[in-house]
Write a protein that binds this ligand. Structure first.
Ligand SMILES: *Cc1c(COP(=O)(O)O)cnc(C)c1O
Length: 382
């Protein structure tokens, strides 16, 4: 049915009406005092969200553009980097680093499992002559629904002295990512995930240590030269024409987030995750990642007796609910439920009910009708 689509995918995520309406205006001149005020307000809000006093710079890009900026501003061709890979987005980091001629060393974990912080520590401790310039990793691995132990890993990186370059695209705004407290250097994210904004803005948080590396980094850059964005930010401006209407959206979304409060945002995501996982267990479907490492943004399910893609088609066709599929090797093997951003308990109940209907419709009978909804409801009522 028209206009009834419900996004339960890990981006783009649903957008609140207040945010949509905030965008429904003529763009204003990006060199005007009004726009400067918007930049000042949103910059303050972004620092609050990132829990940092350092720069948070706004790019006109998707999340990958922010990741690319995070590489090319702080490194030089031939630099040794340690890429940590346990999924599709970890792989993207490897490809990105290789595309720019970096000397990539790898720490891997099987997809569906978390990175082993001790394996990263061992690599760093073995690097006594400090050849490793940066450790590059994904916090919430969206492709598998696994969250990595960024706090512990960051401690090991600090002890070594390399920069940390982090994809926090599906953790920022869902889970605690206290950039200053954890000593993170470069943190990339994108508007269509926890921010509750349509796609189009990329964000990069940059520490003082990273700015020091910026001074000697020689990879070529122009549009994504973060020095330009830092200089403009000092005057509450942006070096190029920014997507002005997305700034309206950013301002509205940050205000909604500030009214909810960081702790409440994290608690809501944790509760939605518990409810989703409890429901999937009650339906006797295998969860792809273990409870202790389940991402607060996304839950991956690996059904055996019924095809993942059939479940997705069913919920889309009959209920206008979009679930995500698996990527690469996981295509057809898993489906993923996004519970990130502008998502409430009601959305999870609806999605679980639709999944139950799909299971019944597809002839899967290894569950008691209503068990998933009941399990989710029990968690949500706590
Ligand atoms: C969505 C996502 C990205 C960014 O993808 P874009 O399509 O470039 O916005 C990066 N990393 C993770 C973990 C993601 O979930």
């Amino acid at each position: 049915m028209e206009d009834k689509l419900m996004l339960m995918i890990p981006g783009p995520t649903p957008v609140p009406e207040q945010v949509l309406l905030a965008m429904a205006k003529h763009p204003i001149g990006h060199r005007s005092a009004d726009f400067s005020r918007l930049v000042a307000d949103t910059t303050a809000g972004l620092k609050w969200l990132h829990q940092t006093t350092g720069n948070v710079l706004v790019l006109c890009s998707s999340g990958t553009g922010a990741m690319e900026a995070g590489i090319i501003n702080f490194l030089s061709a031939g630099d040794r980097v340690l890429c940590c890979e346990n999924g599709k987005f970890g792989e993207r980091w490897v490809k990105l680093a290789q595309a720019f001629g970096l000397d990539v060393d790898l720490v891997q974990a099987p997809w569906g499992k978390p990175l082993d912080p001790e394996a990263i520590r061992a690599k760093l401790e073995a690097d006594t002559d400090k050849q490793i310039k940066a450790v590059i990793l994904t916090h919430s691995e969206t492709s598998t629904g696994v969250i990595n132990d960024l706090e512990t890993i960051s401690g090991y990186i600090r002890a070594h002295g390399a920069l940390s370059i982090v994809d926090a695209v599906t953790s920022l705004g869902a889970a605690n990512v206290p950039i200053d407290a954890w000593g993170l250097d470069v943190v990339a994210s994108g508007s269509q995930k926890g921010y509750m904004i349509p796609p189009g803005l990329g964000f990069v948080a940059v520490s003082d240590r990273a700015w020091k590396a910026y001074e000697t980094a020689t990879l070529p850059k122009f549009y994504l030269d973060l020095g330009k964005y830092r200089k403009a930010a000092q005057k509450d401006s942006n070096p190029f024409t920014p997507p002005v209407n997305l700034y309206y959206a950013l301002d509205a979304a940050l205000k909604i987030m500030q009214r909810e409060g960081l702790e409440n945002i994290f608690a809501r995501h944790a509760k939605l995750t518990r409810a989703t996982r409890a429901a999937i267990k009650a339906l006797n479907l295998p969860l792809y990642a273990a409870d202790e490492v389940g991402s607060p943004a996304i839950t991956a399910v690996a059904p055996v007796e019924v095809a993942a893609e059939d479940i997705r088609s069913f919920t889309k066709k009959h209920f206008d609910i979009l679930l995500a599929g698996g990527q690469d090797d996981l295509k057809g093997k898993i489906f993923r439920i996004g519970h990130l951003g502008f998502v409430s308990g009601r959305d999870v109940l609806t999605a679980i009910a639709a999944i139950e209907a799909a299971l019944t419709g597809l002839g899967y009978s290894n569950f008691t009708s209503g068990a998933g909804v009941a399990a989710a409801a029990a968690e949500l009522a706590k």
